[in-house]
Design a protein around this ligand. Structure first.
Ligand SMILES: [Zn+2]
Length: 266
């Protein structure tokens, strides 16, 4: 992993965790997702059985089929603001499971949940989308991953539909290394993650759906709070082909709700 993303000692393990969440050891792939829970780690001196067991036994797993959830719009929810700034030295990271942009050491952008700031650590893409509506995928999905000082993880998810070319996505794909694990940290390209948000959006007061969930890749750890935007962004057909050239079908199938409801601002 890139040492540039290490914010400080206290948050190091959480950032490692988040960055490696898509490349956790032992080896795994999306093709074998139904048996992630059964993978054994024989690389350790004392073999660790079922390091991804939560993928199988967890009751608050992500993603979900949004159409199966009961929507509760009667709760008073926190004001959420995506205060993303331009990053002058991002790292374009091919994680081995997806294309990802890691923010730099001094990056100031964060998601505000009420008064609490969750720094943006990285964002990445899935093709097709992980969250579905009545069984139907979108062509792709963007996940902004935020982690605060005590290790809590917040993911802001944006569905990506076919449409206009997406200039910033083009920049990201053009600068992404093609080798698994490859990092491009000296491109000189500046990235403003806010430019990937839906255009017709008040970023200082987002409308959203939220629910408790998990990482969608091994180790599928729970305790991740999801914020899903009702508005979409677009990708052109040529860009979708370019994205697929890196990774295709890197989406987890929808998981059981197990009594969870979807809270909504609308
Ligand atoms: Zn993701």
């Amino acid at each position: 992993m890139n040492t540039k993303i290490l914010r400080n000692l206290a948050s190091t393990i959480f950032i490692c965790y988040a960055t490696l969440a898509v490349s956790a050891s032992p080896h795994w792939s999306h093709d074998e997702q139904s048996t992630w829970w059964a993978i054994q780690d024989t690389t350790q001196p004392v073999p660790l059985n079922y390091p991804f067991g939560e993928c199988g036994i967890g009751k608050h797993q992500s993603p979900i089929d949004l159409a199966t959830a009961t929507i509760n719009d009667s709760k008073n929810l926190n004001k959420v603001a995506a205060l993303y700034d331009t990053d002058t030295t991002p790292t374009f990271f091919n994680s081995g499971h997806g294309v990802q942009v890691n923010t730099s050491e001094n990056y100031a952008g964060a998601l505000m949940i009420g008064e609490e700031a969750f720094p943006l650590i990285q964002f990445h893409f899935h093709e097709p989308s992980e969250h579905v509506v009545a069984g139907k995928n979108f062509p792709a999905e963007l996940h902004y991953v935020h982690i605060n000082e005590d290790g809590r993880i917040i993911v802001l998810a944006v569905a990506i539909d076919m449409g206009e070319e997406n200039p910033i996505l083009g920049t990201i794909l053009d600068n992404m290394p093609h080798d698994e694990g490859g990092q491009n940290s000296d491109s000189g390209i500046q990235i403003n993650p806010a430019q990937l948000l839906p255009a017709d959006l008040d970023a200082t007061n987002l409308e959203y759906y939220t629910l408790a969930g998990s990482l969608t890749t091994p180790p599928c750890s729970e305790g991740v709070q999801w914020y899903l935007l009702p508005k979409i962004i677009t990708i052109s057909a040529a860009q979708l082909e370019q994205l697929k050239g890196f990774y295709s079908n890197n989406a987890r199938t929808p998981q059981g709700l197990n009594g969870r409801s979807l809270l909504s601002t609308q």
